[in-house]
Design a protein around this ligand. Structure first.
Ligand SMILES: C[S@@+](CC[C@H](N)C(=O)[O-])C[C@H]1O[C@@H](n2cnc3c(N)ncnc32)[C@H](O)[C@@H]1O
Length: 465
């Protein structure tokens, strides 16, 4: 069978499978022109794993059908697609069109809301419509489709105009994350080649010497930069955007993977770099027989107190949860932990720093202490999984050729996020082989991997070496 035939076969069989699964629930799979509905969203989320090979095959079909030059040039323009999404978000286009309804709105009126040049916005929206975000219903008249609706904050536009900084509060964080990627995080991207080829900067592992700092002409880390009063909007955007990356993980991490429920009553779990304790909230709700310590920077731990009072009253007061200001580069104060958990912490730090964080935990560990690293694992694109593939739980089913071995990771944001991390702070997502080495260097042995569907993070269960 030719590659083209094989790809078309994957797509045809996959689409039939998805349609049958939808029909079994009395629904049909929504197109981009279908009206937005919570049921349609839930259906797509539930069938995402079945859709992944179809999506991967469709990408591969494009790469196969297009002349290599066309394909490459198309890819090289994609940064502009990201920045166009950020413009649409900043001009409130999704919510303006939500209020305009089915008939849509002329671009002159859309542009007037935020005083954007109508001719420029028209071209931006047309580019997005060519990639199925918005629809041009008649010349220069645009309306939302099912994809662009997902960028809505659902707040009255009048309110958004009055108070731009508040627009992402209470949302699912998607608009904030799209804006963060398309406007803020991208700034270093154009400098990446020059930065990496420069011997003075290309090998740096410092969080304040990445391409982003070159572009912004600063020696501040992105976090320090955002904390400056002049960048309050960015800080607020960042906080809201993080919700879009973590909200799906919490319940999964509390109910699957590491056997939290099997720990004895009173066992102590330390959520290191736990932020305001989102993961611990889910753990404490499911496993109230355990005792938890959430550690983060002092300012974050203080912020967490109010949040716990509002969302989980009683848990701090009755001693189930302790909120503790602690610098994870300093000596770990909890010496009797049953579990140290670090979620989305290692990906924030280059090896040099991630090793220090993990070594601090190793120095405080008892022989029984487990380390649970919850983070993105970047699959190799090869069929050979490397030596780490033999670790219990590490093996992952592979799609048959000509598809890439792991269609779910090939079509998720794992690799984009990895380069985003490189560009912003010289940090990264890691392959399993890389994790094994990192852990070993800090005195930990990777015992077992608990797999979750991409883009949920994976759980690495480790013991002291
Ligand atoms: C990506 S967030 C992950 C938060 C949390 N683990 C979660 O999954 O929601 C990384 C966390 O590391 C914290 N952090 C950064 N530097 C730290 C340090 N030196 N000591 C303790 N926490 C730190 C940040 O404040 C932030 O809350």
């Amino acid at each position: 069978m030719s590659t083209l035939d094989a790809l078309v076969a994957v797509i045809t069989a996959g689409v039939h499978d998805i349609q049958a699964a939808a029909a079994a629930r009395g629904a049909s799979y929504p197109g981009t022109d279908a009206p937005p509905s919570a049921a349609g969203d839930a259906l797509q989320a539930d069938l995402a794993a079945r859709a992944a090979p179809v999506v991967a095959a469709a990408w591969q079909l494009v790469a196969t059908l297009q002349h290599p030059q066309s394909y490459l040039l198309d890819l090289s323009f994609l940064a502009h697609l990201s920045s166009c999404l950020a413009v649409a978000e900043a001009a409130y286009v999704p919510d303006v069109l939500r209020e305009a309804g089915e008939k849509g709105l002329h671009v002159r009126e859309i542009a007037a809301v935020r005083n954007v040049d109508a001719g420029k916005l028209e071209r931006i929206l047309r580019y997005l419509a060519s990639r199925h975000v918005f629809e041009e219903v008649s010349p220069e008249v645009f309306r939302n489709n099912r994809v662009s609706v997902a960028l809505c904050t659902d707040k009255p536009v009048e309110e958004m105009v009055k108070s731009p900084i508040d627009r992402w509060d209470g949302t699912n964080g998607v608009a904030a994350l799209v804006s963060l990627n398309g406007a803020d995080n991208q700034r270093g991207a154009a400098w990446l080649a020059e930065h990496l080829l420069d011997p003075a900067t290309g090998h740096s592992q410092e969080p304040n010497e990445a391409a982003w700092q070159r572009a912004m002409r600063t020696r501040l880390t992105t976090f320090e930069w955002m904390e400056q009063p002049a960048h309050a909007l960015h800080l607020r955007k960042f906080g809201n955007a993080m919700r879009a990356t973590t909200s799906a993980d919490e319940r999964a991490a509390a109910t699957r993977g590491f056997a939290w429920g099997a720990l004895p009553a009173g066992a102590r779990v330390v959520d290191v770099g736990g932020g305001v304790g989102n993961l611990t909230m889910a753990l404490a709700r499911e496993h109230p027989h355990l005792r938890y310590v959430v550690q983060d920077r002092h300012a974050v731990a203080q912020e967490a107190e109010q949040l716990w009072q509002a969302r989980m009253p009683g848990f701090v007061e009755n001693g189930t949860v302790t909120l503790q200001g602690h610098d994870f580069f300093a000596e770990q104060p909890v010496k009797d932990a049953d579990v140290f958990v670090v979620r989305y912490v290692t990906h924030n730090w280059a090896d040099k720093y991630a090793t220090q964080i993990l070594a601090r935990l190793r120095a405080a560990a008892q022989p029984r202490t487990k380390l649970v690293v919850i983070d993105v694992v970047a699959d190799y694109m090869s069929r050979d999984g490397g030596a780490a593939a033999d670790i219990p739980g590490a093996a992952k089913p592979q799609a048959p050729a000509p598809l890439l071995p792991y269609p779910d990771s090939a079509t998720s944001w794992t690799y984009g996020m990895d380069i985003c991390m490189m560009t912003l702070t010289n940090c990264q997502e890691r392959t399993l082989g890389h994790f094994v080495e990192l852990l070993k260097g800090a005195g930990w042995k990777l015992d077992r991997v608990c797999r979750f569907e991409s883009p949920l993070p994976q759980q690495l269960i480790c013991s002291p070496l």
